[in-house]
Design a protein around this ligand. Structure first.
Ligand code: NAD
Length: 270
């Protein structure tokens, strides 16, 4: 299969639906053998549908917050693909949380969100780094949120997102530190920081039935996947350590590379 990822091996976590499934589909269309994983067993069907469309994919039920699962998934990807070229840390959890919540709720919410959004991302990064280094180059793409680009998002970190937003702000540390450590090995590390994108996580906020005119404005998982592919397409000299934003109402496209001081914080609206 031709494409920018022809002959390559990729992992996309949290790929039973939503943005992860969209990225896995597009990564396979670009020629990679893709390893999907999710706690939701619908991931098996997503992998099967990619194969039915002519792509190469394998799906596993796995929890990114469990070390043994992380190691099992990475091993499976390396086995089937003969190595590893791309990790997309997409699995994420959201729940409403407020500074005024009671202690039992906040501690349960902390585990729910941080175990997946931070511990899982951390473990996948560490498990994949040796394989990406061995390959002599590759990409890690962390899936973040536009909440970490307040200069472009009117300071958007709504009160009910304190833990979710914190998990994604903390992800900035991983993206930055990994990009610097792995640069000498040709491995680039960037984050995608999108606004409203049509996926179960967002639809569930409206009990699955969002206002049609509002939902019509949302970006699609395949548009977000296109950004990931464009980052990869930049090649070894491309950007690294950057938060790439995507907002509803403006074209979803990879902008110019940002100067270092704006790489994580983003470019203010002028
Ligand atoms: N949809 C949006 O508007 C939006 C905006 C900004 C960022 N994001 C981010 O995009 C990513 C994908 O979210 P989505 O919107 O597609 O939501 P989603 O809920 O549809 O997808 C998340 C997937 O991750 C899986 N998952 C959750 N915890 C897991 C775990 N511990 N191990 C394995 N799989 C797990 C879920 O089962 C689900 O399939 C998330 O990181 C989310 O924070 C989404």
């Amino acid at each position: 299969m031709s494409g920018v990822l022809a002959g390559q091996s990729a992992i996309v976590t949290g790929s039973a639906g939503g943005i992860g499934a969209g990225i896995a589909e597009v990564v396979a269309e670009e020629g990679a053998t893709v390893t999907l994983c999710d706690v939701n067993d619908a991931v098996i069907e997503v992998a099967a549908s990619i194969r039915a469309a002519g792509g190469q994919a394998q799906g596993f039920v796995a929890d990114v917050s469990v070390r043994e699962d992380v190691e099992r998934i990475v091993e499976a990807a390396v086995d089937v693909g003969g190595g590893l070229d791309l990790l997309v840390n997409n699995a994420g959890r959201w729940t409403e949380s407020l500074v005024t919540d009671d202690w039992d709720k906040v501690l349960a919410d902390w585990d729910l969100i941080m175990d997946t959004n931070l511990k899982g991302v951390t473990m996948f990064g560490r498990a994949c780094a040796p394989h990406l280094i061995e390959r002599g180059g590759g990409n890690i793409i962390n899936i973040s949120t536009y909440y970490v680009l307040p200069a472009r998002s009117e300071g958007t970190n709504p009160p009910r997102t304190d833990l979710y937003a914190s998990s994604k702000w903390a992800m900035n540390g991983l993206t930055q530190a990994w990009s610097q450590k792995l640069a000498e090995h040709g491995v680039r590390v960037n984050a995608l920081c999108m606004g409203a994108t049509d996926a179960p996580m967002l639809r569930n906020l409206f009990d699955g039935d969002p206002p049609a005119d509002f939902a019509a404005t949302w970006m699609t998982p395949r548009q977000i996947a296109g950004l990931a592919i464009d980052i990869i397409r930049e090649g070894p000299e491309g950007r690294t350590g950057e938060n790439v934003g995507a907002w509803v109402g403006v074209p979803v496209e990879l902008g110019p590379r940002k100067p270092p001081h704006e790489a994580i914080a983003g470019t203010p609206l002028r």
